[in-house]
Design a protein around this ligand. Structure first.
Ligand SMILES: NC(=O)c1ccc[n+]([C@@H]2O[C@H](COP(=O)([O-])OP(=O)(O)OC[C@H]3O[C@@H](n4cnc5c(N)ncnc54)[C@H](O)[C@@H]3O)[C@@H](O)[C@H]2O)c1
Length: 326
């Protein structure tokens, strides 16, 4: 047991100390919460705490540390670990579950957490695609259950989707939004649960068109990526598609008056969902294999790890630039 409580604005429990759990711990500590990490693998907690201290120091030296008042060392001191689930979740204002994406496991873990929590604690899951009603249906405290889905890596992509179950109460929806805003994690509140939430629905709509264009030999994957990274993505890094269209004409009404018919006609030409996602036929399997090998000419499989490190460094620099713009 290696549990430590310091003066703080409240206690947050993190259940699951992998990639996402570690990031949440750093985000909450950056604004002064006392964070307690738990994992079924005790050594995972020790490793997470060691790597958090290292990463916070590194972010500080690179100027990408989050939070306005606390140093890397002060933030690290707010984070501790425990090998007891009860100790992690008792007395928390907020709990963020970050165990692997498996419905049966999440139900099992939440049933245990449910036994220990107080009547005010917010219960949040990081799940990427399981709707909250499936995880929380049998919990005693289900009115305070919500999904808080981050983007990866959460520390440098500060957005979180807040997805309520049908029984999530108003207070939980509002308080979660407030905690996230305070932690600098731009909250996006959904009025109801639906498959894919918002981020993945947008991502999949885009990917469907990308796969259609590549499969039909209209454009190579490399050139298609240029359209995003040197074109659309330049403005999307600081302005969403809705504000983009609002500015691209004399407001959204004028944009629809001018371009609505064209958009409708082009969209009608787009075609159905590519069947290659399912890879049921030999043709679909061949399509995926071909796109994969085309992508490997840009990033060979042996280089994926290094390229991810490069990506995270670029994201950190972009996050720093965006903070400086505020
Ligand atoms: N990785 C991403 O890109 C990403 C992005 C957004 C959301 N998420 C979601 O976040 C959650 C966690 O993902 P991750 O990438 O951090 O996974 P991970 O595998 O890195 O970490 C999961 C951790 O949970 C621990 N664990 C397993 N069973 C447990 C139990 N019964 N009690 C406590 N801890 C347990 C594991 O030991 C591990 O340390 C998933 O639901 C995932 O869908 C992931």
């Amino acid at each position: 047991m290696f549990y430590r409580i310091m003066e703080s604005k409240g206690k947050i429990g993190i259940v699951g100390s992998g990639l996402i759990g570690k990031s949440w711990a750093m985000i909450f500590a950056s604004v002064g919460y006392n964070v307690v990490l738990y994992d079924v693998e005790e050594k995972q907690v020790t490793a997470a705490i060691e790597s958090i201290a290292r990463e916070l120091k590194q972010f500080e030296s690179e100027g990408t540390l989050r939070g306005d008042t606390l140093t890397a060392e002060q933030q690290a001191q707010l984070i501790s670990g425990t090998s007891s689930l009860q100790e992690c979740v008792q007395g928390c204002v907020y709990i963020q579950e970050c165990v692997p994406e498996n419905l049966e496991l999440k139900i099992k873990v939440w049933k245990k957490i449910d036994e220990f929590v107080g009547s005010e604690t917010i219960l949040a899951s990081s799940t990427s695609c399981i709707v909250p009603s499936k995880i929380s249906a049998d919990l005693n405290n289900k009115a305070r259950f919500i999904v808080a889905h981050p983007c990866n890596p959460p520390y440098h992509t500060p957005m979180v989707e807040l997805v309520p179950a049908p029984w999530t109460d108003e207070k939980t929806r509002a308080s979660t939004r407030q905690i996230m805003a305070e932690a600098g994690q731009g909250p996006v509140s959904l009025s109801r649960e639906l498959p894919g939430f918002v981020l993945n629905r947008m991502q999949y709509a885009l990917l469907n068109e990308c796969f259609r264009l590549i499969k039909d030999n209209v454009v190579t994957p490399q050139d298609l990526d240029v359209v995003m990274k040197d074109g659309m993505g330049m403005r999307y890094a600081f302005m969403g598609p809705m504000e983009t269209i609002h500015l691209n004409a004399e407001g959204t009404q004028n944009y629809c008056d001018r371009y609505g018919e064209t958009i409708y006609d082009v969209s009608s030409d787009s075609g159905p969902i590519p069947t290659c996602w399912k890879q049921e036929s030999e043709e679909d399997k061949a399509t995926v294999a071909k796109i994969h090998s085309m992508m490997c000419t840009t990033v060979p499989e042996s280089e994926l790890y290094n390229r991810r490190l490069w990506r995270d460094q670029r994201l950190a620099a972009l996050a720093k630039l965006k903070r400086s713009m505020k």
